[in-house]
Design a protein around this ligand. Structure first.
Ligand SMILES: [Zn+2]
Length: 465
């Protein structure tokens, strides 16, 4: 049935308006959004004391990495750099059976929903059985992740990942046996998965994710990118997260990853460079010219000691910034959004650095990175409330401790810099409530199953030490 939502404040075209209304069709699309909505014969949902706004879009997630939370914060367990941290992550990846892949994905997605996320872009590279052989259905684990998203109710863009080798002049790595596929197998499996889009009631979408220039050699990368474009799927890739990755690319190809991707015309409006931390001003200009998105994962980038994205220089030349929770060290879209600004403040010893850069206010720049820019990167009609878009939205309690004492004029800044997840009341995906007054149907079951899985995975690890 067509439904009319009547919150106290509604986010429309970049501002909160009092008395705004949102009309949603029976099939979960926005019909009208504003203050003069035709309301004949519709169900009305009154939402006093709440503000309604687009749900957050998490453009880069590895759901299984939720398992290493708290396990990689000591030098003894996980070393001191990204590459030793990766060993802990590979350990978790090596253990999981298909049921456990489902359980950990549900846990990560549940937490995302409770944090106001309505879409996740899942960069999925766990394909094979632990011994490195393909399952009878080579898409078994990808389908488990999709099933997990469908069970939780979150919209998913499965960014199926091509992972072909350990790196330039490197022998295959025992920790990566579950990731490897040939270029041919990748394309066949990806095509089969898209064709089999069997679950999800219209909430399942796809993209193509060559892991990195390290893991996908150029010849294969060209073919995979061409295949993605022929099939109108977005392309996501880890780019310039680590200095060592850039250096290896220079050794192999004589140019840095961004330079190489630009020269090969792999950059484009459908391309998202995940991280984009170690880039020069010239490379920022290349990304801008190509109209590529940069997806920053600020919580992960600071957790791993990667460095931070130069958001000021990127916004100034029109690059759209999206956000991802990546390693799941913490799942909080607005925390990621504010880090874009805070990292710059600490390094430049100034304030309000992203205010009116690229023509928008600071709060709008940060909010867009958590919503509409992620949706664009994932090629879905979401992240804003306008006719024809998915009705993916959240409500927040205007009396919550973290934001109480707000006005329509300052609410966006208050949310972006101060809101905690306790304020999030409802989460709606495709017109359906998946969180209603902070209750999720499967919360207890998901957490209980996750606790069992966590104990099993780390009990085995302890026994081996
Ligand atoms: Zn990643």
């Amino acid at each position: 049935m067509t439904t009319l939502y009547r919150p106290e404040l509604l986010y429309v075209d970049g501002t909160f308006v009092a008395g705004g209304e949102l009309l949603v069709s029976a099939d979960g699309l926005v019909l009208e959004c504003g203050d003069k909505v035709d309301r004949a014969g519709v169900a009305v949902v009154e939402m006093p004391g709440k503000a309604l706004m687009p749900g957050f879009v998490n453009a880069h997630s590895h759901s299984f990495q939720r398992l290493i939370r708290g396990k990689a914060e000591s030098r003894v367990a996980s070393g001191r750099d990204f590459w030793s941290w990766r060993g802990t992550m590979y350990h978790a990846a090596s253990k999981l059976d298909p049921h456990q892949v489902y359980d950990v994905a549900r846990m990560a997605f549940l937490e995302m929903v409770l944090a106001g996320t309505t879409t996740v872009g899942e960069f999925h590279y766990l394909h094979n059985a632990p011994d490195g052989r393909a399952y009878d259905d080579p898409n078994l684990l990808g389908k488990q992740v999709i099933r997990a998203a469908s069970s939780v109710g979150i919209r998913i863009v499965l960014l199926r990942t091509a992972y072909i080798r350990a790196g330039f002049e490197l022998a295959p790595d025992a920790g990566q046996m579950r990731f490897y596929e040939s270029r041919k197998a990748f394309v066949e499996n990806m095509a089969a998965l898209v064709k089999d889009a069997f679950v999800g009631g219209g909430r399942v979408h796809f993209g193509v994710a060559p892991h990195s220039v390290r893991a996908v050699p150029l010849g294969e990368l060209r073919e995979i990118a061409a295949w993605a474009r022929a099939n109108r799927l977005p392309v996501h890739m880890h780019v310039a997260e680590q200095v060592a990755e850039n250096a290896a690319c220079v050794r192999e190809y004589g140019s840095t990853p961004v330079d190489l991707l630009a020269a090969e015309k792999i950059l484009g409006p459908d391309f998202t460079a995940v991280h984009g931390v170690h880039v020069t001003a010239e490379e920022i200009a290349m990304l801008a010219r190509a109209e590529a998105t940069v997806c920053s994962c600020p919580t992960t980038e600071r957790n791993l000691g990667d460095g931070f994205v130069r958001a000021d220089e990127m916004l100034a030349v029109g690059i759209r910034l999206a956000l991802g929770s990546d390693s799941q060290a913490q799942i909080d879209p607005l925390e990621d959004a504010r880090e874009l600004e805070y990292h710059l403040r600490l390094s430049q010893q100034k304030r309000a650095i992203l205010d009116h850069v690229g023509g928008q206010t600071l709060a709008t720049n940060l909010f867009d990175s958590a919503t509409v820019n992620g949706a664009r990167a994932l090629a879905i009609s979401a992240g804003k409330l306008a006719p024809g878009e998915f009705a993916d939205f959240i409500t927040v309690d205007l009396g919550d401790l973290s934001i109480a004492g707000n006005s329509a004029e300052d609410l966006l800044s208050t949310l972006v810099f101060s809101m905690s997840r306790s304020a999030i009341r409802d989460v709606v995906v495709g017109g359906q409530f998946i969180l209603r007054d902070q209750r999720h149907e499967y919360r207890e079951e998901i957490v209980d199953r996750y606790k069992e899985l966590h104990e099993a995975v780390w009990r085995d690890a302890a026994a081996r030490r």
